[in-house]
Design a protein around this ligand. Structure first.
Ligand code: FAD
Length: 824
């Protein structure tokens, strides 16, 4: 038997090796148009980042090794140009010797892979624009970085390859900006899971534009300017495109083989094409989605390798079927690990498959063993029988083994009820007696058994404005660090005693940090006769990241980037010279554990003494910052050493006398608050003159922009955001930003505004735009009223940078310590 294999990497090499193991006498020829076979595509970004140091490590097998071990005839730099199905032969071009020749076959295996998409955008043909597919691409990119030392790179597309490239460029000291068309990174994740990744990218100082795309690239002498559809511009030295791949089907199409509806080579369950003697595998083929049964394209190495093996079995008379792909995948995103298997919610919706979902946040191992760190699991399952349809995990450690358990459970057709029963390995350094997978099973199972009524983060946003009563059942410390607007704080342990505060005739929505205490509160209230109760699935921890600003734009100025500056800034200085009075180990505890420990420890400190804290909860840094602001203790320093956050705080002066080093939050009384309701140019100018003047005098100033006042904060160029009809109408009618404002009187069709600007310039008075920038530099807190934004259909992305979104509570909190409160 003579077998010809087209493509010598994942699928092709795997098929050929298996064939030889089954048939020692077969003649097996591998034709590969590139210079390398059997190399590790998946390692390429890490070679660019110099994590993999030796180029040779990327090549798993050389043609000579394959010859020696498997007696294969491997011909690199040989491209198959044509397949003659009738004659059962292929036309080959020998690239090195510039010769055409033919080769006959009994069986042909196609594993030509996929090619990276490069859209026809003006400027994408320049020598500093790359895609990454194979070893030659990798060497070119690495050489560019080695030679030109780019200080800034733009990565187009936040898929797996884009994200790996971003991380590896960052590792080389290059400032990275990601531009992504969707409203989230990493398409295989659902939105709320991706919001966890967005926050991590922000922590790492990665700039990213969501809901945006590149319109064109203009190349200058020393740099390029990437022009975005939103109107933004990014100066860069290097552009890497990672917006996905398309199956290599040209050869198959020309030969008349059937192409499937998703654009891949059509194969049956034995991976046979429409021709009985031709098989196809890997990125080029269209396979069946294991969950939905629909045709799909899943370009991953695992499926390609397994398909290669199955084809070899079938060719050698061992009937073997490919049951479909789950798309199980995993990715390192800086310190995080992100993984998924099965269908995500977006796909289930698209396919019309009914589903329910649950969110759990468990520690990767026993909380009392040092280093425990949370991982977040989203489980999708059938509401009818509990069959698991998909899972996503975002965390730090221990994500890999959980996703593999869940992938296995999906393959075995298991239900969430069966997850509860899985007996998984446990010792404190590795897991808990109830593993995070068991926990996900318990929660999902409770939902299905109607033991527990839940509400999801997206429904909560629209529901709580109605008549529902929100109850935060966390501790007062946690409540003070941030809660959902309008929530009443009744800690779960006080619930029985304070039940009189809860009306029976209203819908009650309970929430806690991760959902567990909410569930206990739910059970208490249910048994006390409350009917209309729901618990927020995944708690505040799932909800909070979804209401944050998701993009991270305009954080770098090209001229000011000093290579690797941001990286140096985020790296710990190993030996801190701060002498602490008490050292506190809060490692392994999850929120609010570390803050409660800090609260108790400060009680033991004398005024001015220093507390040193170590914690592993990733949210600890932001929590501590808010806590210090609220309590008036001074946050001296915060840094991260691997997974441990270290912080030093100085105890505040409790005598009330001013301690210049402390954050004077609680002992002020001369702060200023301004409510800016109007979008008249003169009133906006007056507001900023007062605000900037007060800030310059050392006063803390909060500007709360509501209704028409929000227009002052709008970006001048329209953002691509989804709006309803009324939102679009409002958007069109209202002024877009400071430059479009009109005077309250003598507007004279806009002439008055132009005159005043002219006079201000002539008299060396700052323009409104300059005053806004000054306000930011002076640390003035500018808050956009979330309620008015909702009413007027203004989206977060439409506002200029540096604006907080807040409710009336943030204004009132500021007003409490203010002696002047202006309504403009
Ligand atoms: P390939 O491995 O791409 O091999 C196809 C080969 O066919 C190519 O070498 C090509 O030159 C050759 N060829 C094509 N046409 C012809 C022709 N006419 N004549 C001769 N030769 C031809 N997957 C994961 O699961 N995990 C990861 O972490 C991961 N990381 C990745 C990182 C990068 C940068 C890339 C590019 C891919 C990554 N993948 C990853 C995807 C994975 O590499 C692919 O799914 C897998 O290699 C597909 O195998 P294949 O055999 O179908 O195609």
């Amino acid at each position: 038997m003579k077998v010809v294999v087209v493509g010598g990497v994942a699928g092709g090499a795997s098929a050929a090796a298996r064939l030889r193991r089954l048939d020692e006498n077969a003649e097996i020829i591998i034709l590969e148009r590139g210079e390398y076979i059997s190399y590790a595509n998946c390692g390429l970004p890490y070679y660019i980042g110099e994590v993999i140091k030796k180029r040779g490590n990327l090549v798993v097998q050389s043609p000579e090794d394959m010859k020696k071990r498997f007696n294969l005839d491997v011909r690199i730099l040989n491209e198959v140009k044509n397949i003659d199905i009738k004659k059962k032969q292929v036309d080959i071009y020998d690239i090195k010797n510039k010769k055409n020749y033919k080769e006959s076959y009994d069986k042909l295996i196609l594993s030509p892979g996929a090619f990276p998409i490069k859209p026809p955008i003006k400027g994408f043909d320049a020598p500093n624009v790359f895609t990454l597919k194979d070893i030659p691409d990798t060497l070119e990119i690495k050489q560019f970085i080695d030679n030109f030392n780019p200080k800034r790179a733009v990565v187009v597309g936040a898929g797996y390859i884009g994200m790996e490239l971003a991380e590896n460029l960052y590792a080389r000291g290059t400032v990275v900006t990601i531009v992504e068309l969707a409203d989230q990174v990493l398409g295989p994740l659902d939105y709320e899971m991706a919001t966890l990744v967005h926050q991590h990218l922000k922590e790492k100082g990665i700039e990213f534009y969501l809901n945006d795309q590149i319109k064109e690239v203009e190349h200058q002498n020393n740099f390029s300017i990437v022009k975005l559809a939103s109107g933004g511009e990014i100066k860069t030295d290097l552009i890497l495109i990672g917006i996905g791949v398309r199956p290599e089907i040209a050869l198959a199409k020309k030969a008349g083989l059937e192409i499937g509806e998703r654009g891949g080579i059509k194969v049956n369950s034995h991976l046979k094409t429409s021709d009985p003697d031709i098989f196809a595998v890997g990125d080029a083929v269209e396979i069946i989605d294991f969950i939905s049964g629909k045709p799909t394209l899943i370009p991953l190495a695992g499926p390609a390798n397994k398909q290669g093996r199955i084809v070899a079995n079938n060719i050698c008379g061992i009937s073997d079927k490919y049951d479909g792909t789950q798309g199980t995948s995993i990715l390192k995103v800086f310190d995080m690990t992100v993984a998924g298997t099965g269908n995500n919610e977006k796909l289930l919706k698209k396919y019309g498959i009914s589903y329910e979902k649950s969110f759990t946040h468990s520690a990767n191992h026993a909380g009392y063993y040092p280093g425990a760190i949370p991982l977040s699991i989203k489980l999708l399952f059938s509401p009818d029988n509990g069959r698991i349809l998909g899972a996503q995990i975002v965390g730090y450690e221990g994500v890999d083994k959980r996703i593999d358990v869940l992938a296995t459970a999906i393959r075995a057709g298991m239900t969430v009820h069966e997850l509860e029963k899985l007996e998984l390995a446990y010792a404190p350094p590795y897991s808990s007696a109830k593993d995070p997978v068991n926990m996900a099973g318990f929660v999902a199972s409770n939902i299905l058994k109607k033991d527990h009524a839940i509400i999801h983060w997206h429904d909560l946003k629209s529901r709580y404005n109605e008549n529902a009563l929100l109850i935060d059942v966390r501790t007062p410390e946690e409540f003070s660090l941030g809660t959902i607007e309008g929530a009443l704080n009744i800690p779960v342990d006080e619930l029985r005693n304070r039940i009189g505060e809860i009306p029976k005739n209203r819908e009650i929505i309970i929430f806690c940090q991760v959902g567990l205490r909410g569930y206990i509160a739910f059970r208490i209230l249910k048994q006390k006769g409350y009917e209309n109760i729901k618990n927020l699935s995944g708690g505040y921890k799932t909800y909070f990241p979804t209401i944050q600003r998701q993009s991270n734009i305009d954080i770098y100025e090209y001229e000011k980037i000093d290579k690797a500056d941001h990286i140096k800034a985020s790296l710990p200085s190993k030996n801190s010279d701060i002498k602490s009075n008490i050292q506190l180990d809060a490692c392994g505890l999850q929120c609010p554990g570390p803050i409660i420990k800090v609260y108790k420890a400060t009680g033991e400190l004398k005024e001015g003494e220093i507390l040193e804290i170590s914690a592993t909860d990733p949210a600890f840094g932001t929590d501590l910052e808010s806590w210090c602001k609220r309590t008036g203790h001074q946050l001296i320093k915060i840094l991260k050493e691997e997974n441990v956050i270290k912080a030093w705080i100085r105890k505040r002066n409790d005598q009330g006398q001013e301690n210049k080093e402390l954050n004077n939050v609680n002992n002020t009384g001369n702060d200023k608050t301004l409510v800016i309701f109007s979008d008249n140019l003169d009133k906006a100018i007056a507001s900023f003159i007062i605000a900037n003047g007060s800030a310059a005098m050392g006063r803390k100033v909060t500007m709360f922009f509501t209704f028409w006042g929000l227009n002052i904060l709008r970006k001048p160029i329209g953002q691509k955001v989804k709006k309803d009809f009324l939102g679009r109408m409002f958007g069109m009618m209202m002024p877009k930003g400071s430059k479009k404002l009109k005077l309250s009187q003598m507007s004279m069709g806009g002439l008055g505004g132009k005159m005043i600007k002219y006079i201000m310039k002539k008299n060396n008075v700052y323009s409104l735009e300059e005053m806004i920038e000054q306000a930011k530099n002076l640390g003035i807190k500018m808050v956009a009223c979330s309620m008015s934004m909702g009413l007027m259909g203004i989206k977060e992305e439409e506002l200029i940078n540096g604006i907080e979104i807040g409710g009336v509570a943030s204004y009132l909190a500021a007003a409490e310590t203010a002696d002047t409160n202006l309504f403009i």
